[in-house]
Design a protein around this ligand. Structure first.
Ligand code: WQD
Length: 351
């Protein structure tokens, strides 16, 4: 009996990589995606990758295009899927707008899309007696004024609407859990900096519009689409004066989801918050140097002023994920740089 999991935002960067692992393990996957910030072409790539698995799980992937804010659409998906062989017993909730800068310009869009969509999702899950969920949260929720290596118990104080919506959803899920704590299994995963791409080069980070995150921009400079890479600030209180982040390979992140999924499926009702990071920090200049060395190319750059909202050092204390899941990320910064550039070379215009 293949357990059936709903993945919201499954056409996105982290969702698509996670689905390739879930199919390999033998889960049935239902994907809901509005494709507001993703390409439907991802599904064919996932099927191509899955087609190489010995269990050939290509038929275990069903897709529904729609918006979580459409209650009737969401209801129809659960109704239709639950009338088939297996019920949806678990949700991995990736769907959400995720640009820090866009959220500063369009806060209402972020509150509407991220919060309202999740409220509908929880209501429908309760209606269909599905009470297990992994929520994709973010390190952006932390109050990063005083410290730089973050524990899950550290104070939260988001600096932008995107982070505010992530924290609000965490609090909402905690309230849902408290209301019937014997029934719900909930994990809020706080990602640090997911980067890289699938080893095959078939899946990668392909933001619509102007990229904000560092790897798509590095790729654009490496490919000659942009002349110079702008290093946001050379006067931070770090060894080389540039920001430090905890970059984690998206395939490690996907595996982390599998580990927490198995932990929740096999364990009692619980609510938990968990950092997903490597515990290692890399500065922007160190990253540029690694990217150049691994891919044998040059990244011309200039150091400009700091970007609004940035903080100097953001690194995960990942003890909880190590201890509770007996899991540590394995991929190196070199793997991240190599896989990201391979994706760009094979997909110069994205999907
Ligand atoms: C990384 C570092 C920049 C671009 C955000 C969200 C987080 C998550 C990841 C969603 C920073 C520097 C970047 C450039 C640069 N989002 N940089 N020049 O800001 O750490 O985190 O994205 O899941 O929730 O907060 O990521 O990739 O934008 O920047 O110097 O052109 O690279 O200053 O230090 P960030 P990022």
């Amino acid at each position: 009996m293949k357990k059936k999991i709903l993945v919201t935002g499954g056409c996105g960067f982290i969702g698509s990589h996670t689905i390739t692992l879930l199919l390999k393990i033998g889960f049935q996957i239902v994907v809901i995606d509005s494709n507001i910030n993703s390409s439907i072409k991802v599904l064919d790539k996932i099927k191509f990758i899955a087609g190489k698995y010995e269990n050939n799980p290509v038929d275990n992937l069903n897709f529904y295009k729609g918006d979580l804010r459409d209650f009737n659409f969401l209801d129809s998906v659960f109704k239709k899927e639950n009338q088939k062989d297996e019920q949806i017993i678990f949700v991995i909730h990736f769907a959400g707008l995720k640009s820090v800068s866009d959220s500063n310009n369009l806060p209402i869009n972020y509150w509407d899309n991220n919060i309202f969509g999740t409220i509908n999702l929880i209501k429908i899950m309760e209606k269909y007696n599905c009470r297990s969920i992994i929520f994709s949260s973010s390190a952006t929720v932390y109050d990063s004024k005083e410290i730089s290596i973050f524990k899950e118990i550290d104070s939260t104080y988001p600096l932008n609407p995107y982070g505010n919506t992530k924290l609000a959803i965490e609090k909402m899920l905690k309230d849902v859990f408290e209301s019937s704590s014997s029934k719900w299994k909930i994990a809020c995963l706080r990602y640090f900096n997911p980067v890289g791409a699938h080893r095959s080069g078939l899946l990668g980070e392909d933001p619509k519009g102007t990229p904000n995150n560092i790897f798509p921009i590095l790729n654009n400079v490496a490919a000659g689409c942009e002349k110079k890479f702008k290093v946001f600030g050379g006067d931070w209180e770090t060894e080389d004066g540039t920001c430090i982040r905890d970059y984690i390979h998206v395939l490690d992140l996907a595996e982390g989801h599998l580990k927490i999924l198995e932990h929740l499926l096999n364990g009692p009702a619980k609510f938990l918050i968990m950092n997903i990071g490597t515990g290692k920090g890399t500065s922007v200049l160190q990253l540029i140097k690694t990217f150049e060395e691994v891919n044998d190319l040059k990244i011309p750059f200039i150091i400009t002023k700091r970007r609004k909202g940035d903080r100097g050092v953001i690194i995960a204390d990942n003890k909880l994920s190590k201890e509770m899941l007996n899991w540590v990320p394995k991929m190196t910064l070199q793997d991240m740089c190599r896989d990201a550039w391979k994706w760009k070379k094979l997909n110069p215009k994205g999907y």
